[in-house]
Each structure stands twice: as C-alpha cells, then as structure tokens.
Design a protein around this ligand. Structure first.
Ligand code: FE
Length: 209
C-alpha cells in the first residue's frame, strides 16, 4: 500500500494524517482496484462526472422556464423529461419535483434527516444545508432563515417548507426578477443563484441595487 493518498482535489496526504473513516474509504478503494472490480480510471471518470454537476444546470432550467412558457409547463409536469430535453441527466433522482414560487407563496427546501439534495441539478449541497442548525431552523423558523439570506417576506406571503428524502428531491423555481424582461437567457442564468433554487432567497435583482 502506498504511504500517501491523493484526494478528490488532487492534494496528496500522508495516510497517518487521515481520519478513521477516510482511511477506511481509501483501503476499500485500493482493494476494489486490486481485485479488478473497478479501475482507477472509473474512479477518475466518476469524480469528473460529479464535479461537472453544478448549479449552472439548475440555472439553465430556470432561465428557460422564465422565457419559454411551454417549457415551463413541461418542466413542472415532468421535470426529468424536461431535464433530458436540456441535456441534463436527472435519471439518478427517483422523484423530482419543481416548486414554483409565486407572489403569494415561497417554497424552501431542507432535508431534516441528513442532506438529500438534487445533486444532478445543483451539484454538491453547501455545508450549511447539511448543518443541524439549518435542518432544525428551516422548519422552526423559515422566515428567520430567509431573513439571514437577505429576504424579508411580508406576513401575507405564505412560506412552505419541503422535506427532501431519498425518494423525492426538489428544486424551487424562483420568481423572475422585475425589470428582467429584455435580458437574454444567458444573462438571466446569472440571476439564478444556487440558494434561490433551494428557496432561502429570491433570484438576484435584474438591476444591481
Ligand atoms: Fe437526506
């Protein structure tokens, strides 16, 4: 066995510095390669695939939904088919649901149990999404969490919190910002943040404040 391991970011670490679980993962990985179950190339390809999944996928879907009402209807009715249409592979998600925000209702997504997240669409979840603090407070005080992201909602706007599971993953379709009517799809994508698709904030304003 080698004395160092290379992590997913290309950094070398001496093995004795690794945590118990990391040592175990690398040991399993070496055994799987040694026994010919998988190859180093398979692992690299999988890492590249995981890294290629970013919130840009979600932003493309949202910008298209804002500009193409027929696509928006398909995206809401059959999100996975709409993803396939845009060249985004959402097949790993069991049930995928689009939550459309409106002037009356804002949606917010959490996984109270662990960190279930629509990774093919948004990439890796941010650390705060996995924190006990967010998982607990998003349910107990969603408006308070939104306020910390800079979104102050009047009382007459309803907030609905959705709990993701292994079986069901959500994306929030944020409201199209006022004043964005003349923007191209490429410029609209820049207004669609990861956090707006989790629902803790709105899309960015069309004209920077
Ligand atoms: Fe989870």
């Amino acid at each position: 066995m080698a004395d160092t391991v290379t992590d997913d970011h290309g950094h070398e670490h001496p093995k004795h510095e690794l945590s118990h679980y990391a040592k175990r993962i690398y040991a399993i990985r070496e055994l799987l390669v040694e026994k010919g179950v998988i190859t180093e190339k398979d692992i690299q390809c999988q890492i590249e695939y995981q890294e290629a999944r970013t919130p840009a996928n979600g932003a493309k879907l949202v910008a298209r939904a804002w500009t193409d009402p027929a696509f928006k209807a398909r995206f809401i009715a059959d999100p996975k088919a709409a993803c396939a249409e845009m060249g985004i592979d959402a097949t790993a998600i069991n049930e995928f649901v689009v939550l459309e925000n409106s002037e009356k209702v804002r949606h917010m997504v959490v996984c109270t149990l662990c960190s279930c997240y629509p990774r093919p669409i948004l990439g890796r979840p941010p650390d705060w999404y996995k924190s006990f603090n967010y998982r607990q407070r998003s349910v107990a005080d969603p408006r308070g969490v939104m306020r910390e992201f800079g979104l102050e909602l009047p009382d007459d706007i309803e907030v609905r919190v959705h709990d993701s599971t292994a079986d069901i993953r959500y994306i929030v379709l944020p409201l199209r910002p006022a004043g964005s009517e003349n923007l191209s799809a490429a410029d609209l994508e820049k207004l669609v943040t990861r956090d707006s698709m989790i629902g803790v904030m709105d899309a960015l304003p069309a004209i920077p404040e």
